[in-house]
Design a protein. Sequence first.
Lengths: 309, 171
Amino acid sequence: MTTDDPITDLDLLAYADGRLDSGRAARVQAYLAERPALRAQIDDFAQQNAELHACFDRYAEAEIPEHMRALLQGVRERQRPRSRSPAAAVQVAAAVVLMLAAGAGGWYAGSGGVRPGGGDDDLVATTANLHDRQPVAEPVTTADPQATASLESLRERAALPDRAPELRQHGYRLMRVEQVDMEGTRGVVLHYAGRGEERVDVVLRPRWETADARVRTTMRGDVGLAHWQEGPLAVALAGPQDERELRDLAQALRRALQTPEPTAPSDIRPDEPSLQRDQEVRAAEDPDTMVLSPRLSPQPAAIGDNVQP
Amino acid sequence: MPDDTFRWMLTCETPRLRRFATALTGDPERADDLVQDTLERALRKRRLWAGTGSMRSWLFKLLYRVHANQRSRASTEATALTAVEHRDAGSMPANQDSHVEVLNVSVALRALPLEQRDAVLLVGLEGMAYDEAADVLGIRVGTLKSRLYRGREALWAVRRGDVAVAERKVR
């Protein structure tokens, strides 16, 4: 052994992992032969690997659960209930997609109509499509005239709260606002980002018929669904399977969407073409503030204070 | 890549994901939830996989990110053994029968700081190269080696019943 080529901790690690070439391994062996205590320690390192395998390999050898296999094979079926650990509860909330749409012929999701009682397949599929989009990298600002115009256009047809629904308590930050066509009717999509890769998408669209305001829930695959009427809006929410979590989230949204105005439905059908006009874009004082109505005094939406993804 | 090919590759990697997830969480049910989330995410984000790199690394990275996010939020996640557990784990003679020995390693693993445990599992259990494990954890290779060495030293001390040494190592 020369001082120019000393045995290092990395050599010892690699020796324990069997990743040294034969020449280097022989030198480490000679080095350890002179150091019995260290030799016992390094031998134990190797033994740890073997014991880890003895302890955990059975989980790799076990048959893949049916619900997992169905997912891998692209077969839609109801998932088994998830464990109720706090981490799992937090995680499931990350898959929330909110959809607010018109109520006359039912409620709508994306570009395909979703009819009450029979359209859950479309809703779940649209939910997956929305989540399949590339995440937005930068948070929204009022400097985006198209986004502001879209919101103002929607406001013509339905009273909305001053600002976008606040989802900070759920850890989501507003990232983008864009228009979406739903069977010839324009709506607005609000994209939120949470921690890591979690996202929430909210679709707003006016309704024009009075309907039951109660929150109704159902399940579709691994997605929990809630829908209700909220003043001028019909609201559909897809998210956690757990009904209590789903209803809690629905109530939070109801509070966020409540307006001081009467809760009548829109008096103009959303597919009437006369509603479109050029929008004046007025930037708020706070560049991170996205107001739903540029006519209103901008108030800090505290979007910039949101939890950083 | 055709969809069925992609799904087939996911299926091939699923057993390893389940093993790693179980070791990470210490709970097979939570592990399956974690793997299910990872697979769903992989299917949704398949375009983010370049198709030329290691799918295994990509999947492990996805899984680890999901787990790390959950872990950072879950205040109930145990980060170390209690003093009693620690002492019990360390008091087991290393030369007992293999069943006890294995249990001892499993328990001793829970005594490690999370970052050391993660490194030990990726390299010792999953057999990842050091640079690959570092990539999964999002750290530099040098950091990975340091955590790995310290983690193994701590495991060794716990297995020998040398609680004092183990406590120094895990700090």
